[in-house]
Design a protein around this ligand. Structure first.
Ligand SMILES: Cc1ncc(C[n+]2csc(CCOP(=O)(O)OP(=O)(O)O)c2C)c(N)n1
Length: 642
């Protein structure tokens, strides 16, 4: 649905149009931009609070900088809606995150203003530094390079790797720290406490005022003005900063904290900072959800609230007429508490996704035994490994795509040492509207090649519970359980626990001509497909592998002895996936069957609703029906003929 922009915003297609306005118009432009985001996101969905919080910063940046010549890099990119609207995509914004529409994150192929593709956090400083060093090598010394990074994203090791390097390269990098004290959930850790302390400290506020005073006058003083700033800074630095300011200690010049909602002052400050060479950090204080009262109040809920009524703030939820199956993540969350009540060795770990993973259920019930470690996937894995060396059983819950960050830790810290860490990979498979950066497409391929790992995937809620129960038993070794975003299939999911045999799959139904081999939730697509096929006279067999590693060899021997056609179905990449594992088994054991593999092809899949993407990739119910009909023989039974 197209939404009408306000009178000033409707004339801004690109930053050049924004620059036609005077500084005094920036407040109204910000208001109109904020309203436009509210209007569209309320009917279209998407991330919300983060973009509202940086409206003024976005306007100020595009007003003060010369984008796209100057390079503006957004961290994570979930806050870049205002940026998209001001850079040629206002009239496309209603297609944000929609199948075939624009991406919910900056994307190089979408616009020259999107300098770097994002979705995962904490890349902006390294990327901006790379651009800055390239400019230096090319002699483009007038070019600005700005990384906008949140206090949540700043907790990651990668951000510090970037700061550490930038501090010794004398290149033109401005890091804008967008400090709203929030990650998706409240931000955690000592860095957050440090940022709060410098924000409220009297000396820093005095320093801030001195600096802003000088900076405000700077543009009037002409090209040599930064010399004066240096002079003043120097006098303060010796006594106050170097010893006590983290960023100064890393050779950054620290400015702030400043009010991130004062658009005019921000624009002036950014202009002034452009005249100062070398690495700089501007500490902006903002409010996540700014300008939409409910979003300011419950910032976690309004991070990505879904559709809502923009007047009443009521979040729209369809009310089902019968009990619905739960989300897999909630089954994980509740089961954690149940298991941990019975086994005091169990602890829970999440890197900054308490509500996204539902570990918050355990954090509330057992605050001492569940840890949010910040956006720090590598640390989450090695921290879990450390816990496991001492006999604890850590359940480390990481979204499949974010686990890509911690691959070496899985191998080096957990698998080689055969430690009892349970990895619960949420959002495995195609994740939906977040798109290519967030699809959990590769975990089967990258996990199944690691020795000592058990890799599994439940077909439903009961199986998830049983896999979790199995994984926490003594000396089981490293154990991966992958499950998708969204709901399972069992409204009545809370069944008693049952230990499963490691590497044992199960037969769902016998059949003729062709066997379907599935792993995980997509097994339900096969069940639906079989129901439809049976009604049309096709009778495929169906097996749920349950384990990717070790594979159920007895089951596969049965399949290859009985069937000359095999169809594998997985919600993961075909290269290296379960189908590939089945082919390896077939070749290694001298079987000779026709194997068709359904799953995610060798390409990056864009955003859309999950069913749209399953259909695009060809492994939804219809695709399975089609694949079976291609190879199976139709039987006309008495029942059908009658
Ligand atoms: C590597 C990685 N881990 C986790 C996430 C999930 N995630 C998206 S936004 C976000 C919070 C970011 O907080 P912050 O940088 O402070 O930005 P804010 O939302 O507060 O504006 C998290 C944890 C991610 N995008 N990337």
């Amino acid at each position: 649905m197209q939404v009408k922009a306000g009178p000033l915003l409707s004339k801004i297609n690109y930053p050049a149009d924004l620059k036609q306005y005077s500084e005094s118009d920036l407040v109204q432009i910000s208001q109109e931009l904020r309203q436009y985001i509210i209007d569209v996101v309320s009917v279209n969905g998407g991330h919300f609070g983060a973009s509202l919080g940086v409206v003024e910063l976005t306007v100020a940046l595009h007003y003060a900088l010369n984008t796209p010549y100057d390079k503006l890099v957004w961290d994570v990119g979930h806050q870049a809606y205002g940026h998209k609207i001001l850079t040629g995509r206002r009239d496309l914004f209603h297609t944000n995150r929609v199948y075939g529409g624009i991406s919910g994150f900056p994307k190089i192929s979408e616009s020259e203003y999107d300098t770097f593709g994002v979705g995962h956090s904490s890349t902006s400083i390294s990327a901006a530094l790379g651009m800055a060093v390239a400019s230096q090598l090319k002699g483009e010394t007038d070019r600005q390079h700005v990384a906008v990074i949140g206090d949540g994203a700043m907790t990651a090791g990668l951000a510090f790797e970037g700061l550490n390097h930038a501090g010794i390269e004398n290149s033109n990098v401005l890091v804008i720290l967008n400090d709203n004290c929030m990650s998706i959930d409240p931000n955690v850790g000592a860095l957050k406490e440090y940022l709060t302390s410098i924000t409220i400290s009297k000396s820093y506020n005095r320093f801030r005022d001195d600096i802003s005073h000088v900076l405000t006058g700077l543009s009037k003083l002409g090209p040599n003005a930064h010399k004066y700033v240096k002079k003043i800074e120097k006098s303060i630095k010796g006594t106050l900063l170097k010893q006590s300011n983290l960023f100064e200690a890393l050779n950054f010049r620290y400015f702030g904290p400043v009010d991130g909602h004062d658009v005019t002052r921000l624009a002036q400050t950014i202009k002034d900072l452009s005249a100062i060479p070398g690495p700089k950090l501007l500490h902006c204080i903002t409010v996540k959800g700014k300008g939409f009262a409910l979003a300011e109040k419950d910032q976690t809920k309004w991070h990505a609230p879904g559709l809502f009524d923009k007047i009443t703030g009521e979040i729209k939820k369809s009310i089902p007429d019968k009990p619905q199956p739960p989300k897999y993540q909630d089954v994980f969350g509740h089961t954690m508490v149940e298991l941990a009540e019975a086994n005091d060795k169990i602890v829970g770990i999440t890197p900054a996704m308490p509500s996204g993973s539902s570990l918050n259920i355990m954090m509330k019930a057992m605050p001492k035994r569940a840890f949010d470690v910040g956006i720090a996937e590598q640390h989450a894995v090695t921290f879990s490994a450390g816990l496991a060396t001492q006999g604890l059983v850590p359940f480390c819950n990481i979204y499949s795509s974010f686990m890509q960050r911690a691959y070496d830790q899985v191998i080096h810290d957990v698998a080689i040492q055969k430690l009892n860490v349970v990895f619960c990979l949420d959002r495995a498979g195609l994740a939906g509207a977040d798109g290519a950066t967030h699809h959990g497409a590769y975990d089967i391929a990258y996990m199944r090649c690691i020795p000592n790992l058990i890799v599994s995937s439940p077909m439903n809620e009961e199986e998830l519970r049983n896999l979790m129960f199995t994984a926490q038993q003594e000396n089981i070794g490293p154990f991966v359980i992958r499950y998708p975003r969204g709901n399972g299939v069992m409204p009545d999911w809370k069944r008693p626990f049952k230990a499963l045999e490691i590497g044992e799959g199960r037969k769902i139904c016998d059949g003729e001509d062709v066997a379907l081999l599935t792993i995980g939730h997509v097994g339900n697509f096969a069940v639906e497909a079989c129901t439809e096929l049976n009604s049309e006279g096709f009778y495929p067999a169906h097996y749920d592998l349950r384990f990717v590693k070790p594979l159920d060899e007895a089951l596969l021997n049965e399949v290859f002895s009985k069937y000359k056609n095999v169809i594998t179905v997985e919600d993961g990449s075909l290269p290296g996936g379960v189908g590939a594992a089945v082919l390896e088994f077939m070749a290694d054991n001298n079987y000779n069957a026709q194997v068709v593999r359904l799953g995610i092809p060798d390409k990056f899949v864009d955003h859309g609703e999950q069913p749209e993407l399953w259909a695009e990739c060809g492994y939804d119910k219809d695709a399975i029906v089609k694949a079976v009909k291609n190879v199976a023989v139709k039987r006309v039974t008495d029942k059908m003929a009658g």
